[in-house]
Ligand binder design. Structure first.
Ligand SMILES: [Zn+2]
Ligand SMILES: [Zn+2]
Length: 339
């Protein structure tokens, strides 16, 4: 595909999409139903449908029976860890293999023309972003994802929280499934904003930000505190009356869905004239500029409300620069006052 029909490439070779990142049209006033209806299929397909499919496969084929889950034991906890690790290896690995190792798409639709594998750096374990990100994902973050999973399944199995049945409340649960990505967005925005606070950033979140040019393995490359808080989004289903399948869906939106922001490509070519949107640009800009786009790509426009939205346009850039300038002035004034 000709990526210059969809964006521009600068002298360095970095590509950026035309137009601006459009958030969900749910927040436009007055609401326009045709626009919402046109947006809905892209909201469901393919990413959220995939997360629902994996949640169902887990529930029917992977997760042990309720009796087993009444008692926490290494057996089923390690089994879940093994499956989580294997599925992430395959799912993220497909993107890594196709777009970063084989490079079948070269740099078409790629925001940063460089590939992390070509740029050794001292900030990473073994000077390798890939190896560092990979080890952190599999030996820190995915175990913590599994801890969250084991705890909520154990709570449901023991009846410590309400277990809403599909036969009794199908409409309510379907609505909860539709809302789950929004719960993710709000949860992620606030924990993410919190760990961008100076001391917490240096202690926790700087690990994730070592990858300025993220690739699939960067998605779950986190400090343990972040790895736990990030997946703890599924605990909202212990607070809201819910069902373990919906909680699994919530967990998969986080664990599997993390890859979206870190794909590095705007579109993934499937055939010569067909491509899937990655929804990666907003979070790519976060990795590039740090203090913009704390949330996802605008399902709930929290960044717009808090004044930290960068929509990918020149105006977005100008707004960010003005904000950085103001911050600098405030800090200078503070330094003066302390003298
Ligand atoms: Zn990230
Ligand atoms: Zn961040």
């Amino acid at each position: 595909m000709d990526d210059l029909k969809y964006g521009v490439r600068d002298k360095r070779g970095d590509w950026k999409p035309n137009g601006r990142i459009e958030g969900a049209p749910l927040w436009n006033w007055p609401p326009r139903l045709p626009k919402i209806l046109a947006w809905l299929p892209g909201y469901i397909w393919p990413w959220n449908a995939f997360h629902m499919a994996t949640a169902l496969i887990y529930w029917f084929y992977i997760v042990p029976g309720v009796e087993t889950m009444k008692t926490i034991s290494w057996g089923w906890a390690l089994w879940l860890y093994a499956v989580n690790a294997a599925t992430i290896l395959v799912f993220y690995g497909i993107f890594e293999l196709r777009y970063y190792i084989k490079r079948t798409q070269a740099t078409r639709f790629k925001y940063n023309h460089k590939f992390p594998g070509d740029a050794p750096s001292d900030v990473f374990w073994f000077q390798s972003q890939n190896l560092d990100n990979f080890l952190r994902s599999f030996f820190i973050t995915i175990p913590l994802w599994t801890v969250v999973e084991v705890v909520f399944l154990w709570c449901f199995a023991n009846g410590y929280v309400p277990w809403v049945g599909w036969a009794d409340h199908p409409v309510y649960l379907a609505a909860l499934v539709l809302v789950a990505p929004a719960i993710h967005e709000v949860h992620f925005f606030f924990i993410h904003r919190l760990i961008h606070w100076g001391p917490l950033y240096r202690w926790i979140h700087s690990v994730h930000h070592n990858s300025i040019n993220p690739s699939p393995w960067s998605s779950l490359s986190m400090h343990p505190v972040e790895g736990f808080l990030y997946h703890a989004v599924a605990f909202w289903h212990l607070v809201i009356p819910s069902n373990p399948i919906v909680a699994l869906f919530q967990l998969h939106v986080a664990g599997f869905g993390a890859v979206n922001g870190h794909l590095g490509f705007d579109k993934l070519e499937v055939t010569d004239d067909k491509a899937v949107d990655s929804h990666a640009y907003a979070h790519y800009l976060h990795h590039k500029y740090f203090e913009v786009n704390y949330g996802g790509d605008g399902l709930i426009p929290l960044d717009r409300w808090f004044g930290t939205w960068h929509d990918g346009t020149r105006e977005g850039e100008a707004m960010m620069d003005a904000r950085f300038q103001k911050k600098k002035e405030r800090m200078n004034a503070k330094a003066e006052a302390n003298h």
